[in-house]
Design a protein around this ligand. Structure first.
Ligand code: AMP
Length: 486
């Protein structure tokens, strides 16, 4: 199946190659044809399945972009999700006549008001802020041309008491309207609730197995309550470089972050009571690779779109199936490979995992490794430092200061965290923390030093040994020839 099979607008189709969207995901295959035929929909689709594009691509294709009025209203449960949806929608179109605006907290009311008045064809709003604005200004002009009303993470919206707001918004909207609810999981109760709000409606469900197929599920038997020893043992034995680590409570999050930091890993805590700005900042640093282990409560399970997140570690097993689905859905996104490690500390944990996996119809198997002991929890010294080969040297007029400046600017490390720098004719060797190397190797932009392109790679042990041998030989040869001259 190809995207070109659907009646999507040429400018939407033109945007897809740059996004690496080669073919529709399962949920897109199921949703796009019905969306294009103006069906009201209730769709079971967790984040990570391509849900935003499932409605975003057909929605944008149907808008009249010559008109500068709001034609679609999308509700999102949190500011984070709203921002993510806005960014995604903008990326689905090649051209500058599509405007997407956001209405959410954390910015001034004036700014939200401006968004409502902006004439953006799509407005993405968090219910609370939209309600606040409604109480301060009258804006019939805003509602009158809206033809699409979409609830993203509808289950989460309803949990937050959205039904009343929904009814208030619905009153302002025109009668003939396409309404869609996207929900991570739809319980019978939620389905009944949604069906009361929209009639007639088509329900589209994705079996979780279809979404989680590319994930390997593991179990870790934790003995004697030695959670941290097993965590360190897991990271070392499975060579885990980065992971999202879930704990049950905030105190536990802080303890585990402290433990990982003590071991020498770059770890950070993420939970609900952090300032929003701080949360956004932490997420950016995690996405960029500056933080390698993000230790979180269930708050992080929703709305976190990190494409290449390879590992999820559940130190505590959630007591609700949909929490489990949200957590594990952070990895293996859009069909990429992922691993989930479930720590089984009691027989109750095992009962939950068995129950969840019966539902998703995929197995979870015990893995075996030694827990770390006090001595070997620390990150090995040679893992902390990376010896790097830089493709520029004396011939390129590179000096130590240039390399230091480059590393600070690119990785944010401090000057005294940079080890020995040796500059040779055509290349340089530098010791930097593995973390900094990780950031450089993940850089999406081409690296440059003094205006020249630069390639960085690890300087392997073999290369180091070969060079040491060559230098030894050179010195020996020199000594020999000197003796001969005498
Ligand atoms: P979502 O479920 O909307 O949170 O999307 C999860 C991730 O999948 C996002 O980073 C999208 O960019 C990506 N994605 C969505 N559709 C496709 C597709 N057809 N092919 C590849 N990646 C996709």
């Amino acid at each position: 199946m190809k995207f070109s099979k659907y009646a999507l607008s040429p400018r939407v189709l033109a945007a897809l190659p740059a996004l690496d969207f080669e073919k529709p995901t399962k949920v897109q295959e199921k949703v796009i044809p019905f969306f294009l035929q103006y069906f009201n929909l209730i769709v079971e689709a967790p984040t990570g399945t391509g849900k935003t594009a499932a409605y975003g691509l057909p929605l944008i294709s149907q808008l009249n972009l010559q008109k500068k009025n709001t034609q679609a209203l999308i509700m999102a449960p949190s500011r984070e999700l709203a921002i993510q949806v806005i960014d995604a929608l903008r990326s689905y179109y090649e051209g500058d006549d599509l405007k997407v605006a956001g209405v959410y907290g954390g910015v001034s009311m004036a700014e939200s008001e401006k968004a409502v008045r902006s004439g953006a064809q799509i407005v993405v709003a968090v219910p609370g802020r939209l309600k606040d604005i409604m109480s301060t200004i009258k804006f019939d002009f805003f509602w009158k041309d809206i033809k699409y009303f979409i609830m993203d993470e509808g289950d989460k919206l309803l949990e937050g008491g959205f039904q009343k707001d929904y009814e208030a918004f619905r009153m302002h909207l025109r009668k003939r309207l396409q309404i869609c609810f996207f929900s991570a999981t739809i319980s019978e109760e939620a389905e009944a609730q949604m069906k009361e709000l929209i009639k007639p409606v088509k329900v589209i469900r994705l079996h979780p197995k279809e979404m989680l197929r590319s994930i390997k599920f593991h179990k870790v038997a934790v003995k004697d309550g030695k959670l941290t020893a097993y965590l360190a043992g897991l990271i070392q034995s499975q060579k885990i470089k980065t992971a999202l680590v879930f704990c049950g409570r905030r105190e536990e999050v802080q303890t585990i972050t402290g433990f990982l930091r003590n071991c020498g890993y770059m770890a950070e805590s993420y939970y609900g009571s952090l300032e929003q700005q701080e949360r956004a900042n932490i997420l950016t640093r995690f996405k960029e690779g500056h933080i390698r282990f993000l230790v979180a409560t269930d708050l992080a399970a929703r709305g976190l779109d990190i494409l290449d997140l390879p590992n999820v570690i559940n130190l505590a097993i959630p007591k609700k199936y949909d929490y489990y689905l949200h957590r594990v859905g952070r990895t293996g996104r859009a069909g990429r490979k992922g691993n989930v490690y479930n720590f089984i500390s009691s027989s109750v944990d095992d009962v939950y995992i068995k129950k969840y996996h019966k539902e998703i119809d995929l197995g979870a198997y015990y893995i075996d490794f030694e827990p770390a002991n006090q001595q070997n929890t620390k990150v090995a010294e040679d893992e902390k430092w990376a010896k790097c080969h830089l493709s520029r040297g004396k011939k390129d007029k590179i000096r130590k200061g240039d390399i230091v400046g480059f590393l600070i600017a690119q990785t944010g490390i401090e000057a005294d965290h940079i080890g020995t720098i040796t500059i040779y004719d055509t290349y340089s060797i530098v010791d930097i923390p593995t973390q900094a190397y990780y950031v450089l190797s993940k850089s999406k932009e081409a690296l440059q030093i003094k205006g020249k392109s630069l390639k960085i790679r690890k300087y392997s042990l073999d290369e180091q040994e070969n060079r040491a041998r060559a230098v030894k030989k050179l010195l020996k040869d020199r000594k020999k020839s000197r003796k001969l001259e005498d």
